[in-house]
Design a binder for this molecule. Structure first.
Ligand code: FE2
Length: 82
């Protein structure tokens, strides 16, 4: 879905749309990895803290990074999911 949107936005010269779809695509790929990991770990009773970037939705385990690797927002933009 997103790769087609990115290409269409590029053709239209809409740089903001290209950036938005690219970030969304990256975050969806990260979420897919986390979902698969959580499913594989189900029943292990290992507690994992998740932090979400308030700028782009990127989700990380255990500790928020100093800078979001997807959108480069600072650590302060991350919030912990309860
Ligand atoms: Fe981010």
């Amino acid at each position: 879905m997103y790769p087609d949107f990115i290409e269409e936005a590029k053709i239209e010269g809409n740089k903001k749309a290209v950036w938005t779809f690219d970030v969304a695509n990256q975050v969806e790929e990260i979420h897919a990895v986390l979902y698969k990991k959580a499913l594989a770990d189900m029943g292990d009773n290992e507690e994992v803290d998740y932090y979400v970037c308030g700028c782009c939705g990127n989700t990380v385990e255990n500790e928020a990074p100093d800078i979001c690797p997807v959108c480069e927002c600072p650590k302060v933009e991350f919030f912990q999911v309860d």
